[in-house]
Design a binder for this molecule. Sequence first.
Ligand code: AQP
Length: 332
Amino acid sequence: MFNNQLVSYSGVQPSGNLTIGNYLGAIKNFSIYSEKYKCFYCVVDEHAITVRQVPADLRRRTYETLALYVACGLDPDKNTLYVQSHVHEHAELAWILNCYTMFGELSRMTQFKDKSSKHSDNINAGLFTYPTLMAADILLYQTDVVPVGVDQKQHVELCRDIAERFNQLYPDTFTIPEPIISKSGMKIMSLADPTKKMSKSDENVNAVVYILDDKDTVIRKFKRAVTDSDTVVRFAEDKHGINNLMTIYSCFTGKTFDEIEKEFDGKGYGEFKLAVGEVCADALAPVRQRHAELLADKAYLESLMKKGAEEASYYARRTLGKVQKKLGFVKI
Ligand code: AQP
């Protein structure tokens, strides 16, 4: 909480083209908080370099991700939208928090295990300490709620542990944040292997539906989605592919699984896949159009970056100053 106002904080890495997993699990839900909370939504470029990036791609995607925030309905006058590397307090607080985070805690993070097996040639210290940078992101703004997909829940829980440990030593420093996991889009799975999370860095482009895919591409990808040898559209433990498609359909239409099962009773998988593709493509069409308009105006996006960085820095400076004072750092 800052100035008696509840705070919502979240971020997305510009590490690839954003997917419907990022959209349904995170961005789509961000605007829900704008009325009641002071909201900070960050393009977390410092997190992205824990995996090698091509500089020109990182730069382009940073603009694209900011534009997507706006295109997905985040009003820059009601939300602080900014780029992480523009606010140096993130990296500074992350260093301090590293000294209050245990090696064992970081070793248990499943994302570290997953990413280090995916990038075995580059298991760098940043990949290992990613959760302390994420804790710094959240704690700098005295955050109350963190809307994220379920894959990030473990990191928010570690952030809470770090904050509680710090508060025990130096009382009343940080607000303890709560992760908010949207029930519907908590984990969207790959279309090629529905036991795996849909990820923007997946090398198989057919496994992933990007927010900016055109209608034909979206429909083609859903038509090719891996399902099973059954033909009945119903939610069941072992039907990972159908469960995932039902989740996506439910997120876009607001229908319950019971309603979806009734709607597709007696119809085959082919008809269902087509329907999922159509609702997804139709929902994303206005986002794509607005995104294209925004990207054409780079000066506007830069003005948003500047405004966002100024707003965020004001809050970040206050928390970092408080932390430094409590630790005994000398102020000059
Ligand atoms: N498949 C998903 N289902 C639901 N939510 C998801 N999120 C990501 N994928 C899914 C949520 O999107 C937010 C931003 O994610 P991120 O950019 O910080 O990184 P990530 O979780 O590592 O996402 P990716 O797409 O898998 O990126 P790469 O491939 O670069 O690692 C988070 O709230 C996340 O939960």
